[in-house]
Design a protein around this ligand. Structure first.
Ligand code: NDP
Length: 288
């Protein structure tokens, strides 16, 4: 039995990587992109170029979108709404949960069903070992298309709520972007004393590696709402947060990030949680 065909709209680095993996796994792929020349190499490798958006939608029942944001979806699909009825639109573009919900309603109004996804690897790792993608929306639709979606990366279904995959994606990038800024800030602190990034690197790597160790106990405390501060209290950690601000001021570097961290501790102490574990900060984060 031949494998199902897929339409892929949006040929940035991510879309191009997906097309190549799908072709390599014997799926027929129809492509369309606003800047048509971005399809040239893919067509030479076996993809079919759709003449317009309507033809791209007509070619297959499942249509994957890899676009900058959800506005791009309206700009593209809005030109061919008559061709949307009966289609499954798998939108792997990043945006907010609210815009994702609006998109589901808009597509449903045209007879199409939305499945959302968040790709958790850079384009060069699409379809490689360890690549995974969060999906949410209809379980039945997900199950039907999981085999082909699995070509992009391990498909991890997170729930019926259409915005949930988007939220998982943003949560992972919340950790990623904040950690990268923390790493840069820490490096700037050492640079101020003439220490190179390379000298610091083994210690920073060790720090990133060991970070996961704390999460088992932290998740338990957060989920139970009990935050015993026997090992790392808010007062103790807050004093350190204060010292990082002071060290940054002394070094003359940006204090925005350490001040934001210190504010969490200050507010927890003001609220009478100084003896609790650092995990109790989550209550201040939930109620700013
Ligand atoms: P790009 O921004 O490079 O490409 C986006 C695509 O969207 C292009 O095909 C572009 O068309 C199209 N597009 C943007 N705006 C419009 C519009 N108004 N009308 C029509 N087409 C439009 O993004 P990537 O390929 O890097 O990423 C795609 C998605 O995947 C993003 O949501 C990104 O957050 C996500 N992602 C990307 C990762 C990466 O490493 N690149 C990693 C994980 C997720 P055109 O070619 O004509 O400009």
């Amino acid at each position: 039995m031949s494998k199902i065909g897929v339409t892929l709209i949006g040929l940035g680095p991510m879309g191009q990587a997906m097309v190549r993996k799908l072709l390599a796994n014997d799926h027929a792929v129809t492509v369309w992109n606003r800047t048509a020349s971005r399809a040239d190499a893919l067509v030479a490798e076996g993809a079919t170029r759709a003449a317009d958006v309507g033809a791209a939608l007509a070619a297959n029942n499942v249509v994957i979108l890899s676009l900058t944001d959800y506005q791009a979806m309206y700009d593209i699909l809005g030109t061919a709404t008559d061709a949307l009825a009966g289609k499954v639109v798998v939108n792997l573009s990043s945006d907010t949960p609210a815009r994702t919900r609006e998109a589901a309603t808009w597509l449903a109004g045209h007879g199409a069903e939305l499945l959302t996804g968040g790709v958790m690897v850079p384009a060069e790792l699409v379809g490689e070992e360890g690549a995974y993608v969060f999906y949410s929306g209809s379980r039945a639709i997900f199950d039907k298309y999981a085999p082909v979606l699995g070509v992009i990366g391990r498909p991890d279904y997170v729930g019926e709520d259409i915005a949930l995959a988007q939220l998982y994606y943003q949560a992972q990038l919340d950790i990623f972007l904040t950690s990268l800024s923390a790493y840069l800030h820490a490096t700037a602190l050492l640079n101020s004393a003439g220490v190179s990034a390379e000298s610091f690197r083994p210690y920073a790597e060790d720090n990133f590696r060991s970070m996961g160790m704390y999460l088992g106990e932290a998740a338990k405390q957060i989920d139970t709402g009990k935050h015993p501060g026997d090992l790392a209290s808010v007062v103790m950690m807050g004093a350190t947060a204060d010292h990082i601000v002071g060290a940054s001021e002394d070094a003359g570097i940006d204090t925005g990030l350490p001040l934001a961290v210190k504010a969490h501790y200050d507010r927890a102490i003001e609220a009478g949680h100084g003896a609790d574990s650092w995990t109790s900060l989550i209550e201040r984060i939930k109620r700013p």
